[in-house]
Design a binder for this molecule. Sequence first.
Ligand code: SAM
Length: 379
Amino acid sequence: MGKSSKDKRDAYYRLAKEEGWRARSAYKLLQIDEQFNLFEGVTRVVDLCAAPGSWSQVLSRVLIKGETFGRAGWEEKQKEARNYVLGMKDEKSQATEEKKQIEPRKPREGVRIVSIDLQPMSPLEGVTTLRADITHPSTIPLLLKALDPDTYDPSSTSPSAPVDLVISDGAPDVTGLHDLDIYVQSQLLWAALNLALCVLKPGGKFVAKIFRGKDVDLLFAQLKIVFDRVRVAKPRSSRASSIEAFVVCEGFHPPEGFKASLDVPLGAGIDLPQIEKEAVDADKKPSSKQREDGAIELELPSEDDEGGPEGGSRWIAPFLACGDLSAYDSDATYQLPKDRVSLDPVQPPTMPPYKKALEMRKLAGGAYGKTRGQENTSA
Ligand code: SAM
């Protein structure tokens, strides 16, 4: 698909270039914030699987620069852009009215943003970037040091000041085999959660990408054990045809005695073996019990005012579409003005995995390599 054709078919791809975002994913985080007021009271954040960095850009622009998006800024701009593209001029007044009701944001004090990815990331104002694997235990000390460079104590397993929010947009290279993709994605989610458990403060928030597979309800129920509220968000900028969605978990409440660690990570089961035995008290902790083998088993919540009971212990997380209805529809194709120039991406990939393949193809003489008669038979 050429750039111009992609501009037509993917309004958020085009808009991201126009508004200076490194990736269209920026709109997913902005729309989640619009729905959940995600950044309220937030100053310390960890962005996992962050490259090329559009979520980190959102953090930098909202927390450090105090820019206002959402209804007060971005949506209005978006409506104007949409009117321009579709030739409709009648939707502007509503956005202006909404602007009056929303407090503009201000730069915040004491902001700390740490972003991690396997891929290198171009620098961003106020963001510390780490090139590391979120599934590996060695990433924890790196993260702790990046969070508190002046007070870091190598013997400590938690930050001196825990963080308010952990976000993860992690995605493996998709194979197209749904079950495999869902499995690998869930492993990445567990890695992100384990890391979040190490650094989040009580009451903190965790947002992560999920693929909605058939066992996703179990995951929601498991998250409900350590968070007060678990909801599923589908931003308008995420294609309806995609199984992608985001869990938005608020009100982190670690079980008493729980010590998070990437050496003994919490996995896709329901055990938290690292909870100390003496902390298990049926009265204090009605959601956990000790099994015969000594491991701690957490009982899944069976009922909740927001979700609901269904078939015994099944707990259904509320599902929310986010992003104003006037926002672009990511599945629609929009008509573009004839004189429109297609822009280049804001930040080309620094080290894309396909770079080596392109070099090899070039060395082999182009897309189809050498012709039959020229084939190298020495190997
Ligand atoms: N949120 C990003 C943004 O807004 O620019 C986009 C993230 S992209 C969809 C997914 C990222 O996950 C990729 O950059 C990939 O390198 C990263 N990733 C996948 N597995 C990872 C791992 N084990 N550790 C760290 N990053 C990982």
